[in-house]
Design a protein around this ligand. Sequence first.
Ligand code: GDP
Length: 321
Amino acid sequence: MESQQRFSHRSRDAQQDKMEKTALLRAAEGSDAADIQTLPIGQVVQVYSQFCRVEHPDGDRLCMIRKTLGKLSDSAIVVGDLVRFRDTGMRDEGGLAQAVIEQALPRKTILTRAGSFRTHAAQPIVANAQQMLIVASVVQPRVKWGLVDRMLIAAQGGGLVPVICLNKIDLAGADSKSPDQLDPALAALAHYQAMGISTLQASATTGAGIEQLKKILVGQSTVLAGHSGVGKSTLISAIQPNLDIRVGVVSVLTEKGRHTTTSAQRYPLDIGGYVIDTPGVKVFGLWGVTADNLGDYFPDVQDDTAPRWRIESYRRIAASI
Ligand code: GDP
């Protein structure tokens, strides 16, 4: 397709989106704002460029976000947000009920993406998740504990419970170039464990640790963290063979598939609970972490029991906040 043509398709779609947006807002106009507290509460499960999908026991809604809401709340609506919505009585082309989000409820936890500059406001990406599964691999790629520390503090700062999963233990020792990687990695895990952080060893290939991982994930909403290639998607497929998070959720809200997703992706697990992937997010922000409270996240540095990499992590983060 010619780029010009592609562009005009895109702008036509944007125009269409705008018109739908206006129609929806109009449909909800005139309703009394005083009744907000009586509106139903749903959970945002996906965010598109103009809309978001809200889950509710009576059926999902395709929601518009009221303009004034954006101004009132300090940040955008993200996956996991609990919101009050008002039905418009209209349906989209796919038959999904349409509604307008009137209010976002306070978040219990928050995960942000790191801004490019220190002055940038934190950009939330996931709200109300309970835990973060930090996946690293012994080798291929070799675990970088400094990065694990950064993810750990991003989780703890936002109120999520971190769990460290060391994957590809089948490869440790099998790689002739790095035969002695397992012992130091296990010593590092023991150190985190001693600080009260849950850890597990796994191999998506042999199935080691998969039952334990299931027990950790069941009934919880868990953000997946860890660099590309460490085995996140393979681990999730080992738990649920029909689930491939690499495929991503196709935008199927309308027949034309117009709405492209810009958000974190939430996948329900058959065992109960959800995993949430944050494609495209390389570094999480350190929500709630300040120069004054950083020491709380490094009890080992405080009491002089920190191994060298933990002292380095502490210094690196201290220099960045
Ligand atoms: P992701 O980017 O974190 O989702 O990583 P993938 O799940 O795509 O895995 C990257 C590569 O590592 C793939 O070739 C997987 O087959 C491989 N892999 C994942 N887990 C294991 C494991 O436990 N052992 C071995 N040997 N390979 C693994």
